[in-house]
Design a protein around this ligand. Structure first.
Ligand code: 4AD
Ligand code: MG
Length: 413
C-alpha cells in the first residue's frame, strides 16, 4: 500500500502507523522482530504526511478503521514531510485558508469534497433522467447577465470589453427554443464586494431552462430538484455527514412540496417579526434568515417587486408592480440557494426593461430575437452549488464548500 502517514504510535517492539491513500484509512502494524532493520529505522523517521510504501498481509479486524489491519513485512519512505503546517491542534481560519492546498487532506475537508461531488452527480442525474439536454454556455460574454455592478471585465482584442459570465441564462433561453428542456452548469463570476459567508466571486451554478413552463411549473421543478439532491446525499454520504457531525433530522424534512409565500406576505410576516423591511425593498440576508426560520423546510418567496429584480423577469399580469419570479430560501440560516423566474416573452416589454435599466441595447439584439421569432412561455432558475453544499454539510461558511475559494481577499492558493 502507498499512502500518507496520519499518526504513529509504538510500544517498544510493536509499532502502529495509520495511513490514508485517498480512498480510505488503514492501520499497519510492524513488529521489530519481523521486519528488516532498514524498515524499523524508516518507521522511526515517520512524521505526519510522510508518503510511504508498506508491504504486508491484510487481515480482518472489526476494531480497526476500515475493518482491516495490515501486518507489515516492509516499510519504505517515499517522500519525507518535515513540519507539516497543519497539526491536530486548532488553527485559525486565516491560517487554514493560506494552507488550503494542504488543508484539503484533512478528514472534514475530504468529507465536504465528497458531499459536493455527490450533489453534483445528483444534479446531472436528475436532469439526465428527465430528458434535459446539457448546453455549455460561454464564460467570456458580451452582454451583462445580471447586474452591471458586479462585472469582471477584460479587454477583448478589437471588440472592446468581454465580461466573465455572471450567468448562462440568456444563452440557455436560446437553447430552450431548440431543445425544449436544457441546462447549463459551470463557474460564474461576480465582482461582489460583500464579505458575507454566503458570497464568493467565483461560484458554480446550475441553470435549467424549460420551454412551455410557467412560474408555478418552475417552482415545482425546483422543489423536486432540491429534494432529490438532498435525498441522494443523505442516502449515499452517511459516513461523510457523520464525520461532519451533521444533524440529519432537518435534512430528512426536505420533501416536496415546499411552502410558498408571496413577497407581499413575506413583508407582512417580517414586519410582524420586527424585521427592518418596507414593501418595495429587496429582502436582505438577515431578513431572509429570519423568514426562513419560520419554516422547517425550504420556503419559496415569489413575485418580488419589479424594481429589485433583473430585467428579464416577466411582469406579473395580476400586479404589474411585481414579476413572476421566486427565490428559494434554505432553512437553518443558509438563505437563498435558488433564484428563478418566468421570462419576459413580450418583445416590447422586454425592450422597455432593457432601456429602463440603461443596458446597451445593441448587446441584446440576439436576445430580443427570441421574442421576435416565435416567442414562447418559458422559465428557469439558478442553483448555487456552494450554498447548497454548505447547507447540506452544515458548515458555517461557503468558502469551505469549494476546493479553492475565490473571494474579495482570496486569490491564492
Ligand atoms: O439569483 P441569481 O443571481 O440568479 C441568476 O443568476 C439567474 N440568472 C438564474 C436563472 O434564473 N437562470 O443567482 C442564483 C443563485 C443564488 O440563489 C445563489 O445560490 C447563487 O446563485 N449565488 C451565489 N453563490 C455564491 N456566491 C455568490 N456571489 C452568489 N451569487 C449568487
Ligand atoms: Mg438571487
Amino acid at each position: 500500500m502507498r499512502g500518507w502517514v496520519t499518526t504513529t504510535r509504538s510500544s517498544g517492539k510493536i509499532a502502529f502507523v495509520v495511513l490514508r491513500d485517498g480512498t480510505g484509512s488503514l492501520q499497519a502494524v510492524l513488529s521489530k522482530k519481523d521486519v528488516s532493520e532498514a524498515a524499523w529505522d524508516a518507521y522511526g523517521k515517520l512524521t505526519q504526511e510522510t508518503s510511504v510504501a508498506v508491504t504486508g498481509a491484510v487481515r480482518a479486524d472489526p476494531r480497526a478503521p476500515g475493518g482491516v489491519e495490515l501486518t507489515a513485512s516492509d516499510l519504505r519512505v517515499l517522500g519525507p514531510s518535515h513540519e507539516f503546517p497543519i497539526t491536530p491542534k486548532e488553527h485559525g481560519t486565516a491560517f487554514l485558508f493560506e494552507h488550503r492546498h494542504l488543508w484539503l487532506r484533512s478528514r472534514r475537508q475530504v468529507a465536504i469534497a465528497r458531499v459536493r461531488h455527490e450533489a453534483i452527480q445528483a444534479i446531472r442525474d436528475f436532469f439526465y433522467e428527465r430528458g434535459f439536454t446539457l448546453v455549455d454556455t460561454p464564460i467570456l460574454t458580451g452582454a451583462i447577465g445580471e447586474h452591471a455592478g458586479t462585472l469582471f471585465a477584460t479587454d477583448y482584442f478589437d471588440l472592446g470589453k468581454a465580461y466573465l459570465a455572471q450567468t448562462g441564462q440568456l444563452y440557455v433561453e436560446a437553447a430552450a427554443a431548440a431543445l425544449g428542456k436544457v441546462y447549463c452548469f459551470g463557474p460564474t463570476f461576480r465582482a461582489e464586494k460583500s464579505k458575507t459567508r454566503r458570497h464568493l466571486t467565483e461560484f458554480w451554478m446550475v441553470e435549467p431552462e424549460v420551454a412551455w413552463s410557467d412560474s408555478n411549473d418552475n417552482m415545482q421543478l425546483q422543489e423536486e430538484f432540491v429534494a432529490y439532491i438532498v435525498g441522494r446525499c443523505v442516502e449515499r454520504r452517511k459516513p461523510e455527514l457523520a464525520e461532519l457531525e451533521r444533524d440529519l433530522a432537518p435534512l430528512a424534512r426536505v420533501v416536496a412540496p415546499f411552502p410558498r409565500i408571496s413577497y407581499t406576505e413575506a413583508v407582512e410576516k417580517l414586519k410582524g417579526l420586527g424585521g427592518d423591511i418596507e414593501w418595495g425593498r429587496d429582502i436582505g440576508g438577515d431578513a431572509e434568515t429570519l423568514l426562513a426560520k419560520q419554516f422547517d423546510r425550504p420556503v419559496f418567496v415569489y413575485n418580488y417587486p419589479r424594481k429589485v429584480k433583473a430585467f428579464y423577469m416577466k411582469e406579473n399580469p395580476a400586479d404589474p408592480r411585481t414579476v413572476l419570479n421566486n427565490d428559494l430560501l434554505a432553512p437553518e440560516g443558509y438563505g437563498e440557494i435558488i433564484g428563478g423566474s418566468q421570462r419576459e416573452d413580450d418583445y416590447d416589454k422586454l425592450l422597455g426593461r432593457i432601456r429602463e435599466e440603461q443596458l446597451p441595447e445593441g448587446a441584446y439584439g440576439w436576445y430580443l430575437d427570441l421574442r421576435k421569432y416565435g416567442t414562447f412561455v418559458h422559465s428557469g432558475f439558478g442553483l448555487g452549488v456552494e450554498r447548497t453544499v454548505a447547507w447540506i454539510c452544515g458548515i458555517p461558511h461557503i468558502r469551505e464548500a469549494i476546493a479553492f475559494p475565490r473571494t474579495l481577499y482570496k486569490l491564492w492558493p
